[in-house]
Ligand binder design. Structure first.
Ligand code: SF4
Length: 140
């Protein structure tokens, strides 16, 4: 992985702290996880000027950023409070899966993980139908 600039790293670190507070999520208790994801996000800020999610493969990153889907905080986070990268998790370090559709990969992988703060986050919860349509039509 490319080493990001200190400026982008600090920007993303600050974002993560604020976003955790806003959504009632935690960073991972497992050492190294948060640092690695923040570095990936910051490297994408350096390269693309956008915090594109670092945990996924994109055939064309420039094409991908034209969609909002995987700009952190991504649609899955803002709709379902589910973070594929384990950046925003429960206090136990598990990704929250309670709000996901039952056939979502997150449910299959982690089972049902309850949201400890259901009154917080999910600013785009009304966009679930749109997101599932996109998932079918533009697998991403
Ligand atoms: S899965 Fe979403 S919320 Fe988690 S790091 Fe990637 S873009 Fe951010």
């Amino acid at each position: 992985m490319k080493v990001p600039s200190a400026k982008s790293f600090e920007r993303m670190e600050k974002f993560v702290k604020i976003y955790c507070e806003k959504t009632g999520t935690s960073t991972s208790p497992q050492e190294g996880v948060t640092d690695a994801v923040i570095k990936g996000l910051a490297a994408n800020v350096d390269e693309l000027k956008r915090p594109l999610c670092p945990c996924r493969f994109y055939p064309d990153k420039q094409e991908e950023i034209k969609h909002r889907t995987w700009i952190c905080a991504c649609d899955d986070m803002q709709i379902y409070k589910y973070c594929h990268c384990l950046l925003f998790v429960s206090p136990e370090g598990l990704p929250i899966t309670e709000h996901l559709p039952e056939d979502h990969e997150g449910r299959k992988t982690y089972g049902l993980v309850k949201d400890p703060t259901p009154d917080k986050g999910r600013a785009l919860r009304h966009k679930a139908a749109e997101r599932e349509k996109e998932r079918r039509e533009r697998p991403s």
